[in-house]
Design a binder for this molecule. Structure first.
Ligand SMILES: Cc1cc2nc3c(=O)[nH]c(=O)nc-3n(C[C@H](O)[C@H](O)[C@H](O)COP(=O)(O)OP(=O)(O)OC[C@H]3O[C@@H](n4cnc5c(N)ncnc54)[C@H](O)[C@@H]3O)c2cc1C
Length: 387
């Protein structure tokens, strides 16, 4: 049972029903899990460290739209309104998440950060902000795949005099108008930021590429790439690699002359290694017309200059590192032996680790079929397992 003191501290937590399921994180994954649990009559309390739900989405860059369709991105029990259009904007995602919490009358306590989770008999104790201890009968960890920005420790980084920022801090091209910018990393975020910079008036945009990405059209003749991702999910990897190669050759021009050759590994093989293809929202055109210049990977800084893998030394005004995120789960659950060597949970959805029954995870896979869709599926599985 939760401490008496906690009910004073967190008035949103209803003490009349002890041992709720605690959901850590009020992003789409946590909200979906809480709603699905509630639907099955299980009391769920969401603990969110920031002051509102959907905190990650409130921080994303201005131009962001979902790459997955409205219909295939809705969470359990509430469709997204048609007025949001097919590719939902960041602001509408935030609106939807606010509405979602209200519609399902979710119990959410904001301003509570969970630092560690420990077993206590059949229950779980969560160590939270201000030395608080909360006891639940189960815990759903939904703290996000993109938890901690990863800025590589490039040698000589301190010598760089320009502006160096992680993509998570990027909002819009305004501050970069007229500037020479190097974007590092060509995942979906790096690709989109590069295009945003070009369209927003940056003087020069270079894109540092370590591994050439697979690029797919967001939709072809009205058919969204996400639907293909769903259809092929359970097919053999080699078969999908072959089909992907054919599709890419038809849909995407050869950009080898511009510095972006076709990858020599299969699309689905790469997905299995954790690299989702880049959905084109203008990159192909920008590279084809020379407005975004692919260059070799950033290796280091020397005497204030950026040194690329092919030895080129350049002096951009700003470097934007679209170099990904870490899961950041080690401190919270690392001691429970539930993480793999990459720091990802060994189970997700309705499965719970044998050594940690009652501990669930959602949002830590990056499937080709869309993460929001996957979290909606996981939410239902978690609720079923706990009901
Ligand atoms: C730029 C970008 C675009 C994306 N576009 C799509 C898309 O088009 N389609 C799609 O399906 N997916 C997309 N995704 C992937 C995914 O759907 C989103 O990242 C989604 O927000 C993940 O939801 P989540 O709830 O798992 O994590 P988050 O949204 O990151 O939510 C986690 C929450 O947990 C809170 N939190 C973290 N640690 C703690 C703690 N210790 N205690 C308490 N609270 C904590 C955070 O404040 C946050 O509110 C995109 C991701 C990014 C980064």
């Amino acid at each position: 049972m939760a401490d008496e003191k906690d009910s004073d501290r967190y008035p949103g937590i209803d003490r009349t029903n002890d041992r709720p399921v605690y959901v850590v994180g009020g992003g789409p994954g946590g909200l979906a899990a809480a709603a699905a649990l509630r639907e099955r009559g299980v009391r769920a309390v969401v603990l969110e460290r920031s002051e509102s739900v959907g905190a990650s989405w409130r921080r994303h860059y201005d131009r962001l739209h979902l790459h997955t369709t409205r219909r295939l991105s809705a969470l359990p029990g509430l469709p997204m309104p048609r007025s949001f259009g097919r590719w939902v904007s960041r602001d509408d995602v935030v609106r939807y998440l606010d509405k979602y919490a209200e519609f399902h009358a979710l119990e959410i306590v904001t301003g509570v950060e969970v630092s560690r989770i420990e077993p206590a008999g059949n229950d779980w104790v969560l160590h939270a902000t201000g030395g608080r201890r909360l006891t639940g009968r189960a815990v759903v960890v939904a703290t996000g795949f993109n938890h901690t920005p990863h800025l590589p420790d490039w040698p000589g980084r301190d010598t760089y005099q320009g502006r160096l920022l992680h993509a998570g801090e990027y909002r819009n091209p305004g501050p970069f108008a007229g500037k020479d910018v190097l974007v590092v990393g060509v995942g979906n975020t790096g690709a989109e930021i590069a295009v945003d910079l070009v369209e927003g008036g940056a003087a020069r945009v270079r894109l540092a590429v370590r591994t050439v990405p697979h690029i797919v059209r967001r939709s072809t003749a009205g058919w969204p790439a996400q639907r293909t991702g769903i259809l092929v999910r359970r097919l053999p990897v080699r078969l999908v690699d072959r089909a992907g190669e054919v599709m890419c050759r038809i849909a995407v021009p050869d950009l080898a002359a511009q510095g972006l050759p076709r990858p020599d590994t299969g699309l689905y093989s790469r997905v299995k290694e954790g690299a989702v293809p880049v959905q084109d929202v203008g990159l192909i055109d920008a590279v084809r017309t020379g407005r975004v210049e692919p260059v070799a990977a950033l290796e280091s800084f020397d005497d204030g200059k950026a040194v690329l893998a092919d030895g080129t030394r350049i002096s951009p005004d700003a470097v934007i590192a679209a170099t990904g995120y870490r899961r950041g789960l080690e401190d919270m659950v690392g001691h429970l032996g539930v993480l793999d060597e990459r720091g990802r949970p060994v189970v997700h959805g309705g499965r719970t680790p044998a050594q940690a029954p009652g501990l669930y995870f959602t949002g830590f896979t990056n499937p080709i079929s869309g993460m929001l869709r996957e979290m909606a599926i996981d939410a239902r599985k978690i609720a079923k397992a706990l009901a």
